[in-house]
Design a protein around this ligand. Structure first.
Ligand code: NDP
Length: 488
C-alpha cells in the first residue's frame, strides 16, 4: 500500500491474495529521485515467509483461475488495462523520477506498453487454439501453475506487466518481485489489479531484494516456472537454482548490440538512427545499439556526425519537458558508467565526445545521477567498453575493412539480443541480417512491435516475450493419445 502523495511514496506492505499485507520484517529500502538524489519513497525488504504466503495464495487461486473461459479471463485483463490507463500520468511521473526516463518515454513506451500488454494478451487469449490434432494425439496447451517473476529497474512497469499479463492470460497465477531500485509503479499496478476486481491471489507482489525474496521465489517448490529480466550474471544464478528442481525458466538478459552500417548506407541518417536508439531511456536498455560498426574509409565522417548528433542532445532533469536525456537510475549506476568511460580512455579508445566531467548546465542539481552522452571510436571487441554491457549513454564505434569482417565483429560478443543493419541495397542488408546472431534484427530503422517476439540468442537469454510467442512461453504441452474412433 502506498501511504502518501507523489513526493514521498512509502510502500509499507506486500500485495498478497488481493490484499495489502504487512511483511514479516521491518526493514525497508529507500527509493531515490534520480534527478536530485533525494529520497522519494521506500519499499519493504521482505523475507521468505512473505514469499511463502504469496505462493500459497497463488497456488490456491490457480485452481479456479485456470478453469475460467478465455473470454472471462480476457475481460479481467482488459479491466486491468483500463485501470492502468486511468493511472497513466501518475505512473509516468513515478518513472521520470525513479528511472530518470525523459517525459516522452515515461509517457510513451514506459507506460503505454504495459497497458497494451494486457489488451494484446487478452486478444491472443481469445483467439488462441489450445488444441491441435496430430494423428491419434490431441495436443493440448495448459497453464503451467504458479509463475515466479523477477524484474530489473530500467522499464520497471513494463517488465512486470509483460510477464504478468501473458502469464495470467495463459491461466497461470503469478508472484512478482519487482526491482528494489524502482518498485513504486508495481504498487500502482497492485491498486489497478484491486480496482479491476481480479480474483484474489492471481497477481501477488512481494517487495524485497534479489538474494532474499528473489531466491526464495526461485527455490520455492510450488513455483513451477521462473520468468526473469535482468543481468546475465543473475540470470545464470537463477537458471542454476531452477535446474535443481527442474523448473522451466525464461530469461531476458543483457546485450551488447551492434549496428552494422554498410558502405552504401545514407550515412547521416544511419548514424543519427544509431545515436538516437542508443540514447533512448538514457542508454539504460538491454537492446540498445551500443556498438556502431562502420566502414574504415568512412570513420572520420561517422565520428563527425556522431559527435555533432550527441553534442546537440539536451541533457537535463527528466521532469523538464525539454530534456532529451535524463539522469541514470542510481549513484551506483552513475559510478559504474563513469568507470567504463575511464576504462575506455585507459584502454586506448579514442574519446570523440563526452567523458567523465560533470554536466555543466546551470539548472543541473549536482546530486542528480547525470552522465555526459559519450562517443568512443577505434573500439575493439577485446576492450571492456566493446565487450561488456555499460547500460548508459556510451557509444562505441568500431571499423571494418569488408562486410565479412563487419559480421565477425558484430557477432564477436557473448550476447545476442538485438542487432541492426543500415544499407541502401535491401537484399544486401537482409543477407547481413541473416548472418547476425541475435534474436531481433532491425533493418533500416524498422519498428519493434509488442505482438512480435522479443528475446535473445546466446547469453542474452532463453525464451521469448511479447505476442503469441510470449503467451506460449507460459503454457505446458500435453499430448493426449486417443484413437480416432473414440472421438466425437
Ligand atoms: P540485476 O540482474 O541486478 O537485477 C534484476 C532483478 O533480479 C532485480 O529484481 C534483482 O533484485 C534480482 N536479483 C538479483 N540477484 C538475484 C538472485 N540471486 N536471485 C533472484 N533475484 C535476483 O539487473 P538490474 O536490475 O541491474 O538491471 C539491469 C540488467 O537487466 C542489465 O544487465 C540489462 O541488460 C538487463 N535487462 C534485460 C532486458 C531484456 O529484456 N533482455 C530488459 C531490461 C534489462 P534487486 O531488487 O535486489 O536488485
Amino acid at each position: 500500500m502506498i501511504t502518501s502523495e507523489l513526493k514521498q511514496r512509502d510502500i509499507t506492505q506486500n500485495f498478497i491474495n488481493g490484499a495489502w499485507v504487512t511483511p514479516s520484517t521491518e526493514e525497508t529500502a529507500p527509493v531515490f529521485d534520480s534527478n536530485t538524489g533525494s529520497v522519494i519513497g521506500s519499499s519493504p525488504l521482505s523475507a521468505e515467509a512473505d514469499v511463502d504466503a504469496a505462493v500459497s495464495a497463488a497456488k490456491l487461486a490457480q485452481k479456479e483461475w485456470r478453469t475460467l473461459s478465455p473470454s472471462a479471463r480476457a475481460d479481467y485483463l482488459r479491466a486491468i488495462a483500463r485501470e492502468l490507463e486511468a493511472r497513466h500520468e501518475e505512473l509516468s511521473q513515478l518513472i521520470m523520477r525513479e528511472v530518470g526516463a525523459n517525459q516522452e518515454i515515461s509517457r510513451g513506451s514506459q507506460t503505454l506498453t504495459p497497458i497494451a500488454s494486457f489488451n494484446i494478451a487478452a486478444d491472443i487469449l481469445e483467439s488462441y487454439n489450445f488444441v491441435e490434432n496430430i494423428g491419434d494425439n490431441l495436443v493440448m496447451r495448459e497453464p503451467i501453475g504458479v509463475v515466479g517473476a523477477i524484474t530489473a529497474w530500467n522499464f520497471p512497469l513494463h517488465l512486470v506487466t509483460v510477464k504478468a499479463a501473458f502469464a495470467i492470460a495463459a491461466g497461470n497465477t503469478i508472484v512478482i518481485k519487482p526491482s528494489e531500485v524502482a518498485p513504486l509503479t508495481a504498487a500502482v499496478l497492485a491498486e489497478a489489479v484491486q480496482s479491476a476486481k481480479l480474483p484474489n491471489g492471481v497477481i501477488n507482489i512481494v517487495f524485497g531484494s534479489g538474494p532474499d525474496v528473489g531466491e526464495a521465489i526461485v527455490t520455492h517448490p510450488d513455483v513451477a516456472m521462473l520468468t526473469f529480466t535482468g543481468s546475465t550474471k543473475a540470470g545464470m544464478r537463477i537458471g542454476a537454482l531452477a535446474a535443481q528442481k527442474v523448473a522451466k525458466v525464461a530469461l531476458e538478459l543483457g546485450g551488447k548490440s551492434p549496428l552494422v552500417i554498410l558502405p552504401d548506407a545514407p550515412l547521416q541518417e544511419a548514424v543519427e538512427f544509431g545515436v538516437g536508439d542508443l540514447l533512448l531511456n538514457n542508454g539504460q536498455r538491454c537492446d540498445g545499439l551500443t556498438r556502431m560498426i562502420v566502414p574504415k574509409s568512412l570513420l572520420p565522417e561517422v565520428e563527425r556526425i556522431a559527435r555533432e548528433t550527441m553534442d546537440a542532445v539536451l541533457v537535463g532533469p527528466s521532469t523538464e519537458s525539454t530534456s532529451e536525456v535524463g539522469p541514470l537510475v542510481s549513484k551506483t549506476q552513475q559510478d559504474r558508467v563513469l568507470g567504463y568511460i575511464d576504462k575506455g580512455i585507459s584502454e586506448g579508445a579514442k574519446l570523440v565526445t563526452g567523458g567523465t566531467d560533470p554536466i555543466e548546465t546551470a539548472e543541473q542539481n549536482s546530486q542528480g545521477y547525470f552522465v555526459r552522452p559519450t562517443v568512443f571510436s577505434e573500439v575493439t571487441n577485446d576492450m571492456a567498453i566493446g565487450r561488456e554491457e555499460i547500460f548508459g549513454p556510451v557509444l562505441s564505434i568500431q571499423s571494418y575493412s569488408n562486410v565479412d569482417q563487419a559480421v565477425e565483429i558484430a557477432n564477436g560478443t557473448e550476447y545476442g539480443l538485438h542487432a541492426a543493419v543500415f544499407g541502401s541495397d535491401i537484399d544486401a542488408a537482409l543477407s547481413i541480417a541473416a548472418r547476425l546472431e541475435a534474436g531481433m534484427v532491425t533493418v533500416n530503422g524498422g519498428e519493434s512491435d509488442i505482438r512480435a517476439p522479443f528475446g535473445g540468442y546466446k547469453h542474452s537469454g532463453i525464451g521469448r516475450e511479447f505476442g503469441r510467442y510470449g503467451f506460449e512461453e507460459f503454457l505446458e504441452i500435453k499430448a493426449v493419445r486417443v484413437p480416432k474412433n473414440f472421438r466425437n
